[in-house]
Ligand binder design. Structure first.
Ligand code: PLP
Length: 405
């Protein structure tokens, strides 16, 4: 590994392709031959605006974003979107149904992990008289009644008749649960229970799976958003794919009720001014553009879907082998397991610390689980190569074999 780098299984910010980082280092000195570094150049320069258009085009092509949707480049991370989606979608609802009493505006949330729970909590703070309805809570289905260990089956969803938004988190980075891609799988895409062809107010947090595989029924989404810092770039950039009917005049809506929406959280100024009503995160956009070019050269999201499918299958097979020997224990139900974040425990006193130390001795870092749940978490984002995953899998087998029985 060049530059004294190690293998980084961190959950985010996470690994980026080394070729991209080398290119970005050059760009810090001289951006695309301008003689000015990327952190120094005006975001209004013709070179940067052309570059930004290229980033937009890469996402549009690689994810097959339909012309009904606008791609916005925002700041404030996933957390700012927890707020922005509520404010923009409630504004839309007020404009569509001005006479509805506020409490009859309903926001449907599907809870499958701590990130969707955090989003629902923020919705409750900002709802301003509207109702937050939990359309499904995966915890209620777990043996303890408290664990996020699965994606609920289709029978578990109670959607409201005409909600202002329907929210889900496609991949839960902490609990390691993810909606499946297999259309034959009952938990695959429960939102197709909703009438299609209508303007569904479906909002998906794709922060930790963005660009790792195609997005099912993207055209049926009101908003798909993702912080860049897992699969596509540095922290500081959030990509939002927003259907045009959800880009509304928030001031006109505020005259009908609710508080004014901060300009930095309203979608319309970003849509009108090509994501630059103010200074955008220039460096994060630059690196994201390089990552997307790199991924296009490899075959785009279809390429990553194939590689990521193999990567996760290998790690889960090792986990199953560890479970069979009583050394490892996974928590996620089959069919709900994340391709991006594999979470498990190493059983026995001090065993997790030994697992981590052994991995680090072999040049593998970032495997410690989230501070809220502990255990081990192996994040297998796009920049983690299949060879690196093979190394982790070999280490897992070695650890399992050497464990006292
Ligand atoms: N959503 C998901 C799925 C995440 O993994 C994270 C952070 O890791 C967030 C939202 C919050 O993102 P941010 O830290 O960019 O606000």
């Amino acid at each position: 590994m060049p530059h004294g780098r190690i293998t980084n299984f961190g959950a985010g910010p996470s690994a980026l392709p080394v070729e991209v980082l080398e290119e970005a280092a050059q760009g810090l000195l001289n951006f695309e031959g301008t003689g000015i570094g990327i952190a120094e150049i005006s975001h209004r320069s013709k070179e940067f605006t052309a570059y930004l258009a290229g980033v937009e085009a890469q996402i549009r092509t690689q994810l097959a974003v339909p012309p009904t949707h606008t791609i916005l480049f925002l700041q404030g991370g996933g957390t700012a979107q927890f707020s922005a989606i509520v404010l923009n979608m409630l504004a839309r609802h007020r404009l569509l149904h001005p006479d509805l009493p506020e409490r009859e505006r309903v926001l449907d949330y599907v809870l499958t992990g701590s990130w969707s729970a955090a989003a629902a909590k923020e919705a409750a703070r900002l709802a301003a008289g509207a109702t937050v309805h939990i359309a499904a809570d995966a915890r209620t289905l777990s043996p303890s009644g408290a664990a996020f260990d699965r994606i609920p089956p289709r029978s578990a969803y109670a959607f409201s008749p005409a909600p202002a938004l329907i929210y889900y988190c496609e991949n839960e980075t902490v609990s390691g649960t993810q909606f499946a891609t297999d259309p034959a799988d009952p938990a695959s895409f429960p939102f197709d229970l909703l009438p299609s062809g209508t303007l569904l107010p479906l909002v998906g947090d794709h922060s930790s799976s963005f660009m790792s595989r195609p997005i099912p029924r993207l055209a049926d989404h009101a908003i798909v958003y993702a912080g860049a810092q897992k699969n596509v770039g540095p922290a500081g950039l959030t990509v939002a794919i927003v259907r045009q009917d959800c880009i509304v005049d928030v001031d006109a809506a505020a005259r009908l009720g609710g508080a004014p929406v901060p300009t930095a959280l309203a979608y319309a100024p970003f849509a009108k001014q090509l994501s630059m009503p103010n200074t955008p995160p220039v460096f994060a956009l630059y690196v994201t553009g390089l990552v997307l070019r790199h991924s296009a050269a490899l075959g785009g999201v279809e390429h990553y879907a194939a590689v990521n499918r193999r990567k996760q299958a290998k790690v889960y097979a090792a986990l199953r082998a560890g479970e069979a020997k009583g050394v490892l224990r996974g928590h996620v139900q089959p069919g709900s397991a994340s391709w991006m974040n594999v979470v498990f425990n190493v059983l026995g006193d001090g065993a997790e610390a030994r697992f981590l130390a052994g991995a680090e001795a072999q040049g593998m870092k970032g495997l410690k689980g989230h501070r809220s749940v502990g255990g081990i978490r192996a994040s297998l984002y796009n920049a983690v190569t299949e060879e690196e995953v093979d190394k982790l899998v070999a280490y897992m087998h070695e650890f399992i074999e050497q464990a006292p029985v």
